[in-house]
Ligand binder design. Structure first.
Ligand code: SAM
Length: 240
């Protein structure tokens, strides 16, 4: 284990996650695949190793501060891109069952390769728009936890993500700083989609010290039939 891996182990420990050697090796292999595939396709602007460990791996793990992820819980990650936050969460909590939805086929191919190289089981990678996948009975009102990082502003994002959450389950939106206006703007969509704003947790990245927020939205009743609207509409014309 080198200093970057030791750093991740220590920071994960500080938020209640213990990582063994095997899991640290999985993170390292993930890092190598990310950098290798990034030369052929656009996966991430961050490629320096310590920065990937902090801004992608550690940042993803903070979702566990919003919800207990131990046990066989079902988590859906909407607009996962290169796998954040769901792949780091799956490495740290191997019992999790994760479903990844992304509209870009080449990112889904990358994630299938990651799941197979890291020998992760219980990972389903789905190519499609969240608006369409959320209409399928196998995915609608089904997941204990739904995550999204860097996909859209909350008012539109709620319509992409809340339909996946089961009654009583949680949507965790991962956000940066300057959030108050975005939260205010999202109140109507939360109500329309049968959610309730539960909490906004403020966090800081350990080295960079930049601000992060986890917005926790509880689903209180199933999604009304009229949502999500046609693919493209939720982000173009958010519920305001
Ligand atoms: N969550 C990742 C992260 O934090 O690094 C990726 C963020 S990337 C900026 C946004 C991703 O959302 C892209 O991979 C894009 O294809 C996906 N996306 C955008 N709109 C979507 C939709 N309606 N349904 C599914 N995926 C979508």
């Amino acid at each position: 284990m080198d200093s970057v891996q030791a750093w991740l182990r220590e920071q994960a420990e500080a938020i209640g996650i213990s990582l063994n050697e095997g899991q640290l090796e999985q993170f390292e292999l993930y890092f190598r695949l990310l950098v290798e595939w990034n030369e052929k396709m656009n996966l991430t602007g961050i490629t320096e190793r310590a920065a990937v460990y902090e801004k992608h791996f550690y940042d993803s793990l903070t979702v566990s501060l919003a919800s207990d992820l131990r046990g066989e819980r079902a988590l859906a990650d909407i607009g996962s891109g290169a796998g954040f936050p769901s792949i780091p969460l799956k490495i740290a909590f191997p019992q999790l069952k994760i479903t990844i939805v992304d509209a870009l086929a080449k990112r889904i191919r990358f994630l299938e390769e990651v799941a197979s190289s890291l020998k992760l089981d219980g990972v389903a990678c789905i190519h499609g728009r969240a608006e369409d996948i959320a209409r399928l009975p196998a995915h609608r009102d089904r997941y204990d936890v739904v995550t999204a990082r860097a996909v859209a502003r909350l008012a539109g994002l709620n319509e992409l993500c809340l339909p996946f959450v089961r009654d009583g389950g949680l949507f965790v939106a991962m956000k940066g700083s300057d959030l108050s206006e975005e939260i205010e703007e999202s109140r109507f969509s939360i109500k329309q989609l049968n959610g309730e704003l539960q909490e906004v947790k403020r966090l800081e990245l350990p080295i960079e010290r930049s601000e992060r927020h986890l917005v926790l939205i509880r689903k209180v009743r199933p999604t009304p039939q009229s949502y999500p609207r046609k693919a493209g509409v939720p982000l173009k014309m958010p519920l305001l």
